[in-house]
Write a protein that binds this ligand. Structure first.
Ligand code: DAT
Length: 133
């Protein structure tokens, strides 16, 4: 069974959407294997967003991700990686399909409610970062 990493970002936690969002994953057939809350450190975010470190939005992204608690979620299911991406919707909530989490609850490109691993290799790397072995 495929595994993937989900982060419920500070904007969604602030809006009291944890239960609503988890329910959407479960209703779409995913299983929640593990989860915890934390305010992420700069170090863990540097690993998680390593591909974006040189981008001009990186500093703002890290500040936003450290602005409150997040929920790190380890989910599993058939095609879990692509299924979570589909449920999440496009990075920009304005371009996301209706009924996706980002369309419904995102408020901008940065404050887009959730993260989901992009491909299986990323999922393996990100699960290691947030949950260890
Ligand atoms: P995704 O989160 O859909 O995988 P990504 O990997 O391209 O998208 O970017 C990671 C996060 O970085 C994204 O959720 C929000 C932030 N981000 C991306 N592009 C941005 C931009 N142009 N301005 C501000 N934040 C951005």
């Amino acid at each position: 069974m495929e595994k993937t990493l989900i982060l419920i970002k500070p904007d969604a936690v602030e809006k009291k959407l944890i239960g609503t969002i988890i329910k959407m994953y479960e209703e779409n057939g995913l299983t929640i294997e593990d989860m915890y809350m934390c305010v992420p450190t700069e170090e863990i975010l540097a690993k998680h967003y390593a591909e974006h470190i040189e981008r001009d939005f990186y500093k703002g992204l890290v500040e936003f991700m450290m602005s409150g608690k997040i929920v790190a979620v380890l989910a599993s299911g058939e095609n879990a990686v692509s299924l979570v991406r589909k449920i999440n919707g496009a990075t920009n909530p304005k371009k996301a399909d209706p009924c996706t989490i980002r369309y419904l609850y995102g408020s901008g490109v940065q404050m887009n409610a959730v993260h989901g691993s992009a491909v299986i290799e990323d999922a393996i790397r990100e699960i290691e970062i947030w949950f260890g072995n």
